[in-house]
Design a binder for this molecule. Structure first.
Ligand SMILES: Nc1ncnc2c1ncn2[C@@H]1O[C@H](COP(=O)(O)OP(=O)(O)O)[C@@H](O)[C@H]1O
Ligand SMILES: [Mg+2]
Length: 405
C-alpha cells in the first residue's frame, strides 16, 4: 500500500512539474523555422506520391527476416537499394531479398582495452570486431557488450543523444567501423543508400548537418549514392502506406525521440527531443541506486505500464516513462502551435509510435491517455504501435531508397 501511495505522490509531483514547465514556456515564443520544411507545389506532390505509393507498396508489404550481426560474420555487399538506420543504440541495415526484407542489426557501442600482442591474437581467433587506435583496441558492436559485462563496466557510445560530434575523430572512426561490420561496398557502384538522420533538437543547439555530412561522405567513399531521410519520416514511410503517408511518425529510441508531421509523404515539420530510453535508465538508476545497465535490463524484460507498479524500481520506471511521454506530447503541441506552415488537413490524422522505447506493454495506451489531456492543434484519429518497432526506421529508409532509385 505504501508503494502505491508513493506512486500517487510521485504522480502529483510530476503533474506539478509539467504544469510549471508549460506555464514557463508559454511566455517564450518558439522559433519554428528550423523545424519546418518547405512544401513543394501541389502537382509535384501528386506525382511524387503516385510514384512513391507504387514503389512503397511493394516493399512495405513484405515480411521481415531480422538477425543480429554475429561474431565472426562478414559484412555483405548489397545488390539493390539499401536502407540504413543510424540510431543511438543500434545501427540497422535493410535490403530487399526476393519476397522478404532482410534486416541486420549491430549494436552502436564500443569498449576499449589496452593493446598487447597476446590480446590481439585472442581477439582475432575469436572473430571479435575491433580496430587499433592510439595504443588501444576498440572493440565494437555486440562484442563490446560482452566485454563490458566481463569487466563489469558499461559500453560507450559513438553517438550520444543522437548526434555524432564533427570535432571528435574517435567517434567518426568508430561509427564507420560499426557501419562497416554490416555493409561493405555495393556490388554495383553508385547503388542508392538511404540513411536516417535525426531532426533538429527542440532544446539547445546541435549540428545535425555536420552529423549528416560525415555519414554521407563515408558512404560515398564506399561507392554508394547516399540520400538521407528524417527518422520520423522513415516511420511514416514504413507504417502509413494506407494513410497516404499523412500523419505523425514518432521514433522513441535510446538517446532521443524523433517526430515528423508528414503530409502526403512530405515532411512538413520535423524535430527531436534529446530524451529517450537512456534518459529513463539514468534517472531510475539515480532514484534507486542500481546501475543504468541493470535498469535497462529490467525495463526491457519486465516493464508493464498498463498495471500499477509493485516496487520502487517499477514506480520509478513508470514515473520517468510518464515524464518522457508528457514531454514528447507537449513538444509536439508547442512546435505545431507555433508553426504557421501546418496544412489544413480535413480528416483527423494517425500517430504511429516506433523505436525500442515504445515497446513496453501499455506504452501506447499511456501515450493515448496523456494525449487526451493535451489538445493538439491537429485532430488525431488513432495512436498505433509500429509492427516491428526496432526495425521501423530501417524499413522506412529502404522504402525511400526504393522509391528514389
Ligand atoms: N522491450 C523493450 N522495452 C523497453 N525498452 C526497450 C525494449 N527494447 C529496447 N528498448 C529500449 O529502446 C532503446 C533503443 O531503441 P532503438 O529504437 O533501437 O534506439 P535508437 O534509434 O536510438 O538506436 C533503448 O533505450 C532500449 O533500452
Ligand atoms: Mg532509431
Amino acid at each position: 500500500m505504501a508503494e502505491t501511495d508513493d506512486y500517487k505522490d510521485e504522480i502529483q509531483r510530476l503533474k506539478k512539474r509539467l504544469a510549471d514547465v508549460e506555464s514557463q514556456s508559454e511566455e517564450s515564443p518558439l522559433d519554428t523555422s528550423k523545424f519546418e520544411k518547405q512544401l513543394p507545389s501541389p502537382e509535384a506532390t501528386d506525382k511524387a506520391t503516385d510514384r512513391k505509393i507504387d514503389a512503397a507498396l511493394g516493399t512495405s508489404q513484405k515480411s521481415i527476416v531480422s538477425s543480429e550481426r554475429g561474431v565472426g560474420e562478414y559484412a555483405e555487399r548489397p545488390s539493390g537499394p539499401v536502407g540504413l538506420d543510424v540510431g543511438t543504440s543500434n545501427v540497422v541495415m535493410a535490403q530487399n531479398k526476393g519476397s522478404k526484407i532482410q534486416m541486420v542489426k549491430q549494436l552502436n557501442a564500443f569498449f576499449t582495452i589496452p593493446q598487447s600482442k597476446f590480446t590481439k591474437k585472442i581477439l582475432e581467433q575469436n572473430g571479435v570486431m575491433f580496430f587499433e587506435l592510439e595504443g588501444q583496441y576498440y572493440i565494437i558492436g555486440f562484442s563490446a557488450e560482452d566485454f563490458a559485462n566481463l569487466f563489469n563496466a558499461n559500453t560507450r557510445r559513438p553517438v550520444e543523444k543522437g548526434l555524432l560530434s564533427s570535432k571528435e575523430n574517435e567517434g567518426i572512426k568508430i561509427i564507420q567501423a560499426i557501419i562497416g561490420t554490416i555493409i561493405q561496398k555495393p556490388k554495383k557502384f553508385g547503388e542508392l543508400i538511404c540513411f536516417s538522420v535525426p531532426g533538429e533538437p527542440i532544446e539547445g543547439t546541435a549540428f545535425v548537418a555536420g552529423h549528416e555530412s560525415i555519414i554521407k561522405k563515408y558512404l560515398e567513399g564506399m561507392g554508394y549514392t547516399p540520400i538521407s531521410i528524417n527518422e520520423g519520416l522513415a516511420v511514416v514511410m514504413s507504417e502509413m502506406v494506407d494513410d497516404n503517408f499523412t500523419g505523425i511518425g514518432i521514433s522513441m529510441g535510446g538517446g532521443m525521440c524523433n517526430v515528423c508531421l508528414s503530409y502526403l509523404s512530405v515532411p512538413v515539420i520535423t524535430f527531436s527531443i534529446q530524451k529517450g530510453g537512456d534518459f529513463i535508465d539514468t534517472m531510475v538508476s539515480h532514484d534507486v541506486g542500481i546501475s543504468a545497465t541493470k535498469v535497462k535490463g529490467i525495463k526491457e524484460e519486465t516493464l508493464d505500464l498498463s498495471v500499477l507498479p509493485t516496487n520502487r524500481i517499477e514506480t520509478s520506471l513508470h514515473m520517468h516513462y510518464l515524464d518522457l511521454i508528457h514531454t514528447l506530447i507537449y513538444s509536439i503541441k508547442r512546435v505545431i502551435s507555433a508553426s504557421d506552415r501546418v496544412p489544413r488537413i480535413a480528416d483527423p490524422i494517425p500517430i504511429v509510435l516506433s523505436g525500442g522505447t515504445a515497446m513496453p506493454k501499455g506504452c501506447r495506451e499511456s501515450f493515448e491517455m496523456a494525449l487526451k489531456q493535451t489538445r493538439l492543434p491537429v485532430d488525431i484519429s488513432s495512436v498505433r504501435l509500429a509492427k516491428e518497432p526496432l526495425n521501423t526506421t530501417a524499413k522506412g529508409a529502404l522504402v525511400m531508397a526504393v522509391t528514389e532509385a
